[in-house]
Write a protein that binds this ligand. Structure first.
Ligand SMILES: C[S@@+](CC[C@H](N)C(=O)[O-])C[C@H]1O[C@@H](n2cnc3c(N)ncnc32)[C@H](O)[C@@H]1O
Length: 208
C-alpha cells in the first residue's frame, strides 16, 4: 500500500469530494467529448479520483483508473456498477512511477493531477512513456496566467491550496513546451468560474 502526504489529504477529502469539486465537471465533459470524437477505445486515467469522468466515456471504452488514494479509489469503485457498458479497472499507483510497459495505451489522461504531484515533469514523461506513438496525452490543470496580476494571485494562493487541497497554483506552461517527444494538438480553457477559467485542457500527441 502507498502511504503518501497527498494520498492522506485525498483520503480525508474523499467522502465529500464530489460535492466540493463539481467545478471541474466542464473539463471532464470536454475531454470526454474529445476522446469520443477520436474513437479512442482504451484510456489510462491517472489521478482518477472518485470517477467523476466515467459518465463521459463511450460504450465499450476500456478505462484503467489509477490513483494513489485508497479513499478516492473506493469512491470510484462505488460508481462502477452505474457504467456496465464500460470496462473499468482500478489500481492504486503513483502516476509518476508506474509499472506499465512502454507504449501501452492509446490515450493517457490526467484530470487535475499535474498540479498535485511533487514532480509534474516526471508525471508528463511517465504518461508519454506508457502512451503509444501517435497516441494522445490529455492533461487538465491549472496553469499560472501570463498577466502580472494572475502571477501574483497564483503565488499568494499557493500556500493555502497546497495545505488544504494538496495542489499548487504556480505551474507554468513551459513544462509543456519543454517536452521533446510530443507535439501540442490543442490547448483550451476549461472550468469557468465567472469570467475566469480555473484550468486548461492540453492535448498532446506522442511523436516518438
Ligand atoms: C484534484 S484530485 C482530481 C481527481 C479527479 N481526476 C477529478 O478530476 O475529479 C487529484 C487526485 O490525484 C490523486 N493523486 C495525488 N497524487 C497522486 C499520484 N502521485 N499518483 C496518482 N494519483 C495521485 C489524488 O488522490 C486525487 O484523487
Amino acid at each position: 500500500m502507498i502511504v503518501d502526504e497527498k494520498a492522506q489529504i485525498y483520503n480525508k477529502l474523499s467522502s465529500f469530494y464530489d460535492k466540493l469539486f463539481f467545478v471541474l465537471k466542464p473539463g471532464h465533459k470536454r475531454a470526454g467529448e474529445y476522446i469520443k470524437e477520436q474513437g479512442i477505445e482504451d484510456v489510462l486515467e491517472v489521478g482518477v479520483g472518485t470517477g467523476l469522468t466515467f459518465c463521459h466515456y463511450a460504450p465499450g471504452t476500456r478505462v484503467i483508473g489509477g490513483d494513489m488514494s485508497l479513499g478516492m479509489l473506493e469512491g470510484a469503485k462505488k460508481k462502477i456498477s452505474d457504467f456496465p457498458h464500460l470496462s473499468i479497472e482500478l489500481k492504486q499507483l503513483d502516476a509518476q512511477n508506474m509499472d506499465f510497459d512502454d507504449n501501452q495505451f492509446s490515450c493517457t489522461y490526467a484530470p487535475s493531477l499535474l498540479s498535485v504531484v511533487p514532480n509534474p515533469k516526471k508525471l508528463l514523461h511517465e504518461m508519454l512513456r506508457v502512451t503509444k506513438v501517435g497516441g494522445k496525452v490529455i492533461v487538465i490543470s491549472h496553469f499560472q496566467g501570463d498577466r502580472k496580476q494572475d502571477a501574483l494571485f497564483s503565488k499568494a494562493a499557493n500556500p493555502l491550496t497546497q495545505r488544504l487541497f494538496g495542489f499548487r497554483t504556480d505551474l507554468s506552461m513551459e513544462l509543456i513546451d519543454q517536452l521533446e517527444n510530443a507535439k501540442v494538438v490543442a490547448v483550451e480553457k476549461v472550468n469557468p468560474v465567472g469570467p475566469y477559467y480555473l484550468s486548461h485542457m492540453v492535448i498532446l500527441e506522442k511523436t516518438s
